[in-house]
Design a protein around this ligand. Sequence first.
Ligand code: BEZ
Length: 269
Amino acid sequence: MGSAVNALTTDGDEFWLFGYGSLIWKPPPHFDRRIPGWVTGYVRRFWQLTSSPSCPALHSQDHRGTPEAPGRVVTLLERDYWASLTDHHEHAPDRVWGVAYRIRPDRVAEVKDYLDIREINGYTIHYTAFHPAPPTAASAPSSTNEQHPHAYRDGATIQTLVYIGTPDNDQFTGPQEPQALAAHIHKSVGPSGRNIDYLFNLNQALEELSPESGDEHIRDLAQRVRAIIAAEESRGHDTQAELPETSGEFQKVASTEQQEEIEKTVPGS
Ligand code: BEZ
């Protein structure tokens, strides 16, 4: 953590963070706006290993495995780079859906201080233009934190900070064979809970953002893991059933300190 907080300014005086992984259902502390939408120029893939220490403002640093047997989480790849690879999942949507969070003005300095870490778990800081989704009847605000109709201006983007595990980081796996990846996610468990809960929560959160926000790569992995579980159950052996299930419900925390406490005590945080 450093003091170069001004370097993290994203959109004029405002500070926005883009979440495309567990930040979608586990928001950062001190946000006052949460807007569904998308970024372009990237592809989301489950190609990042989990393991090292967390950052409370990015509490989605999920530990869904152990250092000896790391689980898997998502990262973003630049689309041109991804197109140069051989991926079993040959297609990827132009839009990577996720959520933009605006940090409350009076807490920006505190959150920036937490975020001003150049590398967390292999992820580094990047900036990208976020496209707020047009308001729909289904996305009408359900609370003061869901003010997306007011934030939406036709065609206007919001500059956001995003953490990306680029291909040169040690925890980037590169292309994975989907069935082997699903089997690995199925068996991985760590201090943050079951890797399958991260996958299922992400899949559900994406399906719920908008009618078009589902991600085929994530959906396919979730279906494969469900098939593995069903096959285990039919053999009378469910390895996941003995483990505590982690919540996919939207969680709001009041402070970075509270988030640290949650991380220490609650599986799945
Ligand atoms: C995310 O949820 O978008 C995310 C969280 C931590 C690191 C990278 C991405």
